[in-house]
Design a protein around this ligand. Structure first.
Ligand SMILES: N[C@@H](CCC(=O)N[C@@H](CS)C(=O)NCC(=O)O)C(=O)O
Length: 205
């Protein structure tokens, strides 16, 4: 399998999940700040996926899977024994989807586009940061009573949540008002899979 990724962006979640599961992954770096977005081999990312955004997962048979949540679920289901997603027939599986959807629509897409598109100017960042406070409160309330998002064990939801929340660093977002969220993120950052994925992407934990 090959993961098309850009350092530290949402594709990091898939990188962490594959590392956590021990699934071998070829990595193809994409420059999402160039137009068009160039893969390290010189191709335009749109030649691989018309959506032109990372993450993209290329299976060994050539099939292409896009959308981070779909990729995370696919990776978790390749290695059920790694228990990165609850069993299909359990209610916790729906809790997993509940969190993945929350992270995707309420966190990820509130952080972007201002984070990666400076052409939007300062105003969207101000509004988004205010909206994010509500979302952080929802996470904080859950994490006051739990170490992880789903079923009290690390899952793909935690890999995704960590990846997106990590964007707070150095962006004028002080997480001091959400101590349980800070504790949770610090714990995830210590996981060997997270440290390894960050290091491979040239980032520090
Ligand atoms: N709906 C997609 C969105 C992926 C996405 O927003 N990718 C960003 C990085 S986090 C990207 O590649 N942005 C490049 C761009 O917007 O041109 C998913 O959830 O996977």
């Amino acid at each position: 399998m090959k993961l098309y990724y850009a350092p530290g962006v949402c594709s990091l979640a898939a990188h962490i999940a594959a590392t956590e599961a021990g699934l071998p992954l070829d990595l193809a770096k994409v420059d999402i700040r160039s137009e068009p977005h160039r893969i390290a081999d010189g191709r335009d990312l749109k030649e691989v996926s018309p959506k032109g955004v990372v993450p993209v997962l290329e299976l060994d048979d050539g099939r292409i899977l896009t959308e981070g949540v779909a990729i995370l679920l696919y990776l978790a289901d390749r290695k059920p024994e790694a228990m990165l997603a609850p069993a299909h027939d359990s209610f916790d599986r729906y809790r997993l989807h509940e969190w993945l959807t929350f992270i995707s629509s309420e966190l990820h897409k509130t952080f972007s586009p201002w984070l990666f598109h400076p052409e939007y100017g300062p105003q969207p960042a101000i509004i988004a940061k205010e909206r994010l406070r509500d979302r952080f409160g929802i996470l904080q309330a859950h994490l006051a009573a739990h170490d992880y998002l789903v079923a009290d064990r690390f899952s793909i939801a935690d890999a995704y949540c960590f990846t997106i929340m990590n964007w707070s660093r150095g962006r004028g977002i002080d997480l001091g008002d959400w101590p349980h969220l800070m504790r949770y993120l610090a714990g995830i950052a210590e996981r060997p899979s997270v440290r390894a994925a960050l290091a491979t992407e040239g980032l520090r934990a």
